[in-house]
Design a protein around this ligand. Structure first.
Ligand code: ADP
Ligand code: MG
Ligand code: MG
Length: 546
């Protein structure tokens, strides 16, 4: 019915416009917002048993408030806080600025005469400081001093903080963080993608009072139940909230609405790599970009593997680009966490046809090797716009793809394949796990994929610190997704009823805001500063904090 494509145009325009929020307007809308008063028991319970690391380092708001406490308490505490701050500046400084940063640190904190001298340093520490004046001012020594400072802060300063008004304020924020999340918390925009099985659709959303944009992955409850996919949905959510990498999408909220379980994640405005391979005119991706994306994917996979997680769904469609052109792995619906030494073997093979490794197809036991195979297929596809064992749009039975995967050699007919690219793909596509690249469990030198000459142009140290600029940046006025009306509506399912067990599962899934992401959102949007200045701390006599 929409011959002129007007609906689509409107959907795209409102979506793009939402990304350019008017901060003043938003601020007016939140004038009535205040932090909740503490219900004594709940907040105390939340903080109980939490360690220094979580309260004062990992949680962004906790970190800020602890810092404010230190800076306003006494010279000694303030010096410690400033020292940690300058140290982190030093470690991220570019080469030319490092020397100057080092001299500042030395003069300010390590000279016994200075007002900012860290008097909790032991004699041994002081000796170490002398070494610093020489040229061997290195990471090891700094780590030592950083540790000494942390040990100091964990003692008296931390226990005093727990009794201060700053910690009371922190508990108020925790109370606020625990609010129940519903559909009403967000504005909703156009559909950005759909999953393979009809139970998943992803749309853009915006948090009403902060203006923060996210992607919301909605899982249809009834379809999920019919397919028995509940456990997988929960695993996806639990793994997403556990990982913390520049190369994997972050989870910000998990909640449920009447018909859906919802995962609210980083909005990746640059689209998925499948879209970039096939849907933007010239097919395939230029080599410089292929190398860059593969480097980020490799770092993401290594992060998962180091946490004992097998991804199992590596393919271009699941790799997404953000507004700066950096990519992240998404869709952890097939991921599994392995306990030590455990192997997986399944009757029904997990993955997507065309990307599955021989050991999966043969239903053998496997571990991380399957991800490296799929990465080999994905590099091939980015370059050649087809799979190694299946041509683009080829009508072919799954059995035949399986046969080719198990028996055929991979051919490199496309003209863009150069020698290093062919080599790294061939190593990832070794049919025997024992021969495959990345699968030697650290027993063979040169088995780290990052050391391959394919990556000669990449400095992984800087890449993994988020300091390498992307070779290609998405245009801000383009929507990198198929037109919204190209995503078919899936038919309704009516014959599914929920029982108390289902309701219990929905509640278990709906944990609301994820601390680190939510606190970051509060700080970045300015809400943290606003509410701290407008909410008066009520010094309630009965609270044990003062
Ligand atoms: P499924 O598990 O069903 O495969 P996905 O998580 O892969 O679902 O999401 C389906 C599609 O939605 C993706 O291929 C992508 O195009 C889009 N999509 C998913 N997550 C995001 C996101 N965070 N930002 C933007 N688009 C996304
Ligand atoms: Mg997917
Ligand atoms: Mg999935």
């Amino acid at each position: 019915g929409d011959l002129l494509g007007l609906d689509n145009l409107v959907a795209n325009t409102t979506y793009l416009k939402a990304q350019q929020i008017d901060r003043k307007e938003l601020r007016k809308r939140r004038l009535s917002l205040t932090l909740p008063k503490l219900k004594k028991t709940s907040a105390l319970q939340a903080a109980e048993g939490e360690r220094y690391e979580s309260l004062c380092e990992q949680q962004p708001i906790g970190r800020k408030l602890f810092q404010q406490f230190l800076l306003t308490s006494n010279d000694q505490y303030a010096a410690a806080a400033e020292f940690l701050d300058e140290l982190s500046k030093w470690s991220f400084a570019e080469d030319e600025k490092r020397e100057k940063a080092k001299q500042t640190i030395l003069a300010k904190f390590c000279q016994p005469g200075s007002t900012r001298f860290l008097s909790y340093f032991t004699e041994e520490d002081a000796e170490t400081c002398k070494d610093l004046s020489d040229s061997n001012f290195d990471e090891v020594i700094l780590d030592h001093l950083r540790e000494a400072t942390r040990e100091f802060l964990k003692g008296r300063p931390f226990s005093e903080y727990l009794k201060s008004q700053f910690f009371y304020r922190f508990l108020q924020w925790k109370e606020y963080e625990r609010q129940t999340i519903t559909d009403k918390y967000f504005y909703e925009f156009r559909t950005l993608g759909k999953g393979g099985f009809g139970e998943v659709s992803v749309c853009a959303v915006q948090v009403k009072h902060t203006g923060q944009m996210y992607a919301c992955k909605k899982l249809d409850k009834r379809r999920l139940k019919k397919k028995g996919g509940e456990r997988m949905a929960l695993v996806e959510k639990q793994i997403l909230e556990k990982v913390n990498s520049l190369f994997i999408v972050n989870l910000a909220y998990a909640y449920n609405s009447r018909h859906h379980l919802c995962l609210v994640m980083d909005l990746m405005t640059g689209g998925d790599l499948r879209f970039h391979i096939y849907d933007l005119g010239k097919r395939g991706i230029r080599m410089e970009r292929v190398v860059y994306y593969t480097a980020q994917i490799t770092s993401g996979l290594l992060h998962l593997h180091n946490m004992g997680i097998v991804y199992r769904d590596m393919k271009p469609e699941n790799v997404l680009l953000d507004g700066k052109g950096q990519c992240r792995l998404s869709d952890l619906g097939l991921a599994v966490e392995l306990s030590k030494g455990k192997m997986i073997c399944q009757k029904v093979s997990a993955g997507t046809t065309g990307y599955m490794a021989p050991e999966v197809l043969k239903q053998e036991y496997y571990r991380y090797s399957v991800d490296w195979w799929s990465l080999g297929c994905s590099i091939y596809e980015m370059v050649a716009a087809r799979l190694p064992f299946r041509d683009f749009r080829e009508k072919v039975q799954n059995d035949e793809v399986t046969r080719r995967t198990l028996e055929d050699e991979c051919k490199f007919e496309h003209k863009s394949f150069d020698a290093p690219t062919k080599d790294i793909i061939s190593r990832f596509l070794k049919k025997r796990v024992a021969r495959r690249f990345g699968c030697q469990n650290g027993t063979r030198k040169g088995d780290d994929p990052r050391s391959h000459e394919f990556f000669n142009s990449i400095n992984f140290h800087r890449l993994e610190a988020g300091l390498l600029e992307a070779p290609w940046v998405p245009k801000p006025d383009v929507v990198y997704a198929k037109d919204a009306d190209e995503f078919k509506d899936s038919s309704d399912i009516k014959d599914v009823k929920f029982d108390t067990k289902d309701e219990k599962f929905f509640r278990e899934f709906s944990t609301g805001a994820v601390s680190v992401q939510w606190q970051k959102e509060m700080i970045d949007s300015g809400v943290f500063d606003e509410l701290n200045s407008t909410t008066v701390i009520q010094r309630d006599r009965e609270t044990p904090f003062f």
